[in-house]
Design a protein around this ligand. Structure first.
Ligand SMILES: [Zn+2]
Length: 172
């Protein structure tokens, strides 16, 4: 069994089925297991992760501080960040993204809204706000609450928001 044999086995099947297909065929699965046998975290790996490692001749993904990262999917491979408690890789990468973003915008700092976004990103992950489910949920919530896709689509709401901003300015 070699990598070409695996490609023949997979055919045009979606990656979803890879794991099951290989696991069901010991002559294939043994090759994959053998490839992964020296990885110390092999017991925590999913079958698709093991196949990915074998097919790409890779070793398990690690973050910039050397902790194992989560396997994303057969298409995407490993994530850049780990989920190890106390590891600083997420902040490092997030900080770099923010820095690049600032440079791109030609700014030296973010507004309050941008800082709030950053806090949310830290809490929920970088793809949270752009996740299709989240966008859809937000759209629905706004639709129900304001009868519009955005809170500012409704005149009453934008008037209220304007009032709030005025008051805030008065106080300041
Ligand atoms: Zn890390």
């Amino acid at each position: 069994m070699n990598r070409e044999d695996f490609k023949v086995l997979f055919g045009d099947k979606k990656p979803m089925a890879f794991g099951k297909m290989v696991k069901a065929r010991s002559e294939y699965f043994d090759v994959v297991k053998d490839y992964c046998k020296d990885f110390e975290n092999k017991d925590k790996m999913t079958v698709s992760e093991m196949i990915w490692l074998y097919m790409n001749e890779e070793s398990p993904g690690k973050c910039m501080f050397g902790n194992y990262t989560n396997f994303n999917s057969y298409d995407k491979g490993y994530r850049d960040i780990c989920i190890t408690k106390g590891c600083g890789c997420y902040k490092e990468i997030q900080g770099k993204i923010m820095k690049d973003k600032l440079a791109e915008l030609g700014k030296s700092s973010f507004s309050d809204i941008e800082i709030a976004n950053k806090a949310r990103i830290e809490k929920y992950g970088d793809n949270f706000a752009s996740h299709p489910d989240v966008i859809e949920k937000r759209r629905k919530t706004n639709q129900e609450r304001y009868g519009s896709n955005s809170p500012f689509g409704n005149k009453e709401v934008s008037a209220k928001a304007l009032e709030k901003r005025k008051n805030a300015k008065k106080k300041a």
